[in-house]
Design a binder for this molecule. Structure first.
Ligand code: NAD
Ligand code: DAU
Length: 332
């Protein structure tokens, strides 16, 4: 797996260790600001989780890791993932998401891996009007440097299937939420700010819509796609929980018992996509996937987790978590 120390990746590593106890998960992660090895502290000493710090763009390293550990399948999650950061500095997004993915694909092809699961995003489809939902055949119209870089990697993966017969499956999911999400993303940012009685910055008019997916439901879908997806196919994954940002922010304030006066409307994100919604019919029909969480229950549990784990997000927001790798790994 790549990116196993990030938000979705760390949830997925733990999910795979529970659901497929016979597997060894080799986790290649560069530990950028978004990669936090502490997310996996409960796996310390587990010989079936092998962590390697490294860049997916380093082909020699990737080939070495694949051969030493006998890799037979790749779940590719490593990416620069935050839209606002891609607007401030697009270059790293091209380096990791485009070039890094191409090098990983090339190494996977050289190794002859049995399956390459490309974790893409619904942002490849651009923005929807007030009705309708993205299907796998919706036109690709990415808006931000982040989504353009993800579209490039998504299409490169499919091209490696068409041209080189690499066994590729692509998944495109909607906005994830849950434990261990870096507090730059909407839900954890709003919880952390509210707990500090700081303003909650809502972009534009707050009427942009996102379709929320619990990270555990996403992990379940990724395992199904890995094991049962058809080569060369794309599967959309969505939680069927469309919410306007402002409704969601008000719900969070209600859950933490803070006043709506903390809401502050701020300048809109440039090129801000108005609405995302996923039609998950294909993955339901072909792979039998259905989300287990309702949004109300999942959001309440998620907010409770952040309230109960101030040490985790305080270390993340202060940057202290970055030293964890040195103390846990370099000194051993
Ligand atoms: P994240 O930012 O929390 O984690 C990304 C991880 O990738 C980090 O651990 C980071 O250290 C690692 N990484 C970054 N550059 C790397 C490189 N060059 N080499 C090796 N490792 C590197 O991201 P996330 O939210 O967990 O998203 C995971 C994947 O899912 C991404 O590909 C993202 O595009 C996709 N996705 C995320 C969402 C979402 O809502 N979070 C939705 C759709 C798709
Ligand atoms: O749709 C899938 C995508 O979801 C993933 O591919 C991305 O990796 C992931 O970051 C996420 O992108 P978004 O841009 O939708 O997520 P974000 O949490 O940044 O923003 C969610 C919505 O909330 C969006 O409409 C912008 C708005 N927002 C965000 C922040 C951080 C605010 O109003 N205020 C904020 O401070």
């Amino acid at each position: 797996m790549t990116g196993g120390c990030g938000f979705i990746g760390s949830n997925l590593v733990k999910y795979l260790r529970r659901e497929r106890p016979g597997w060894t998960v080799v986790n290649l992660d560069k530990l950028t600001y978004a990669g936090n090895l502490e997310n996996l502290s409960e796996l310390e000493g587990d010989p079936q989780h092998v962590f390697i710090r490294g860049d997916i763009g380093n082909r020699e390293l990737v080939e070495h890791v694949m051969s030493v550990h006998g890799i037979d399948a790749v779940m590719h999650l490593a990416a620069e993932s935050h839209v606002d950061r891609s607007i401030l500095g697009p270059e790293e997004f091209v380096a990791t998401n485009v070039l890094g993915t191409q090098r990983l694909l090339e190494a996977s092809r050289a190794r002859g891996v049995q399956r390459f699961l490309m974790v893409s995003t619904d942002e490849v489809y651009g923005s929807l009007g007030p009705t309708g939902a993205f299907t796998e055949s919706s036109p690709l119209q990415p808006s931000s440097p982040y989504s353009a870089s993800k579209t490039s990697s998504d299409l490169l993966a499919l091209a490696y299937h068409h041209t080189f017969k690499l066994d590729v499956v692509v998944t495109r999911c909607s906005n994830n939420y849950g434990r261990y999400q870096f507090p730059e993303k909407l839900i954890p940012l709003m919880v952390v700010n509210a707990l500090h009685d700081k303003p909650l910055p809502v972009y534009g008019d707050g009427a942009n819509v996102r379709d929320w997916l619990h990270v555990e439901d996403h992990c379940q879908a990724l395992l199904l796609a890995l094991e049962k997806g058809r080569a060369g196919e794309v599967y959309n994954i969505g939680g069927g929980a469309e919410r306007r940002n402002i409704e969601l922010v008000k719900a969070i304030l209600g859950l933490v018992g803070k006043p709506e006066s903390l809401i502050q409307y701020v300048k809109d994100r440039p090129g801000h996509d108005r609405r995302y919604a996923i039609d998950p019919s294909k993955i339901r029909a072909e792979l039998g996937w259905t989300p287990a969480h309702t949004f109300e229950q999942g959001l309440a549990e998620t907010v409770r987790w952040y309230v109960d784990h101030p040490a985790w997000w305080q270390r993340v927001t202060s940057g202290a978590y970055l030293q964890y790798f040195d103390t846990q790994y370099r000194t051993r």
